[in-house]
Design a binder for this molecule. Sequence first.
Ligand code: GUN
Length: 287
Amino acid sequence: MTTHGTLLRGKPLAHELNRSLAARVQRDAQNGPRPPCLCTVLVGDDPPSALYVRAKQRAAKQAGLFTQHHQLPADTAQKTLLCLIHRLNADDAVDGILVQLPLPDHINTQTVLRAVDPAKDVDGFHPLNVGLLHAGTPRFIPCTPRACLFLLHHARVPLAGARAVVVGRSAIVGQPMARLLLGEHATVTVCHSRTTDLAAVTAEADVIIAAAGRPHLLGREHVKPGATVIDVGTRRDAAGKLRGDVDTDAVLPVVHAITPVPGGVGPLTIAMLLENTYIARRGMPAK
Ligand code: GUN
């Protein structure tokens, strides 16, 4: 008998989170505070980046947040971008600042990320916020790893003592993901482009987070029966179709659960960004 794994859909969960946030924002407004304000900055007109920023803006507006967007030409000088960020840091009407990545090659990404006020850093990319996460006292958790963990919790996947493998070591996803899983008491391995025999490592995993950005890097031979797979990949193929890092059709018959692409992690990532913007405005919700 062939059993099939469950598809972990993020879209309805994101919808629910966004509705709950909208209700909080509306309730707060009755007591006085203005809604949180998210400010996005996009340098250049890379189509996928423009698409992501538009999706973030749309979701923020739908949840009743205030928004600002600054669109700068691709040849903007680093100094000009830093001036804008300093202005937004000082602006009390702005709670969250998101500089969409990647930035053009002539701009030093680290310098720009360090310029954002850590208290407005809703991406969680400033070294101070990276440090707080690694110290175990996070303020802003990067949105994509936070979305992955939310999905694992929602699906009630046991993490304490589980063998978790993160594929990809980016500062945006792989590294913070590994730290979050350690915080859940998983035994964590991080694989990357220099890993020899990737399949031997991932095939031992109870939980796989695929965040390498390489379409269909993982197939049936990479996955242990009963494993849970979170697919962060979002590359477009020649036909413009979004492709994950995992060959979903090949692994679905054997996994416990897997996120689809699209409609898995992506929508939740935006929901987490809105939550971080709320935190920037109102502080951490009480535990
Ligand atoms: N580019 C790809 N993912 C992200 C993200 O989470 N935040 C920002 N600012 N840029 C990105």
